[in-house]
Design a protein around this ligand. Structure first.
Ligand code: TMP
Length: 229
């Protein structure tokens, strides 16, 4: 059930993309603009978004700290940890914010599980769809902004010498290619919800397009509400 379509008053907007696509920057910029316009905004991210889910995030991304375990993590184990984070996050952060009428901006959500664990790790999409539904209790984003960049550009931004690489950043290039194709395939399947933006442009023009898409979405939603009332 889309966040704004059922019993909730709020709206769930998600940002998706490969590593280095610029989604976190755009998410923060949109939050600032919406707040300036008087919207109540909750900014959050996945994996994470609650203190406990942030602890699972650290486990999952396993930054290369001295003495860190080199034990490989099975794809199913990775998927379950991500879903564990999501159930905590939806129940304790997202749903309460939606009930209060907030605009929730989430840096990654269920489409990332389909792209990373489904397309790139090769776990079944059907099973992940079902697990996503179970985990979110049927909550789907109202609008998803997919920032698309070629893998070479995304990884070059991410592999900056001063930046610490997480476990997923260090995956092979072909893994990230599968993630990118996965996201683009999802966008083709859900063109009304997922909007693809060219993430190679300068941040200001991307922000302008994000603004336009969100404004258009909010206007449509407002018209629908007026018609119903
Ligand atoms: P990021 O939030 O800094 O982009 O990093 C989070 C990492 O977690 C990123 O490599 C993608 C990964 N991830 C998944 O593999 N599946 C998921 O469902 C989510 C939300 C994230």
């Amino acid at each position: 059930m889309p966040a704004g379509g059922g019993r909730h008053r709020g709206i769930l907007i998600t940002f998706e993309g490969i590593e280095g696509s610029g989604k976190s920057t755009q998410c923060a910029r949109l939050a600032k603009r919406l707040r300036e316009e008087g919207h109540r905004v909750v900014e959050t991210r996945e994996p994470g978004g609650t203190p406990f889910a942030e602890r699972i995030r650290r486990l999952l991304l396993d930054y290369p700290t001295p003495g860190a375990s080199a034990e490989p993590i099975e794809p199913e184990c990775e998927a379950y940890l991500i879903l564990a984070c999501r159930s905590q996050h939806v129940a304790r952060t997202i749903q309460p914010a939606l009930r209060e009428g907030s605009v929730v901006l989430c840096d990654r959500f269920s489409d990332s599980t389909l792209a990373y664990q489904g397309y790139a790790r090769g776990l079944g999409l059907q099973v992940l769809h079902r697990l996503n539904r179970f985990t979110t209790r049927g909550l789907t984003p109202d609008l998803t902004l997919l920032l698309d960049v070629p893998v070479t550009i995304g990884l070059a931004r991410r592999r900056h010498p001063e930046r610490v690489q997480n476990r997923l950043d260090r995956e092979a290039r072909r893994f990230h290619e599968r993630v990118r194709r996965g996201f683009l395939d999802l966008a083709e399947r859900h063109p009304r919800r997922i909007k693809v933006l060219d993430g190679t442009r300068d941040p200001d023009s991307i922000a302008a397009e994000v603004d336009m898409l969100v404004r258009r979405f909010l206007e449509k939603r407002h018209k629908l509400k007026v018609r119903k009332s």
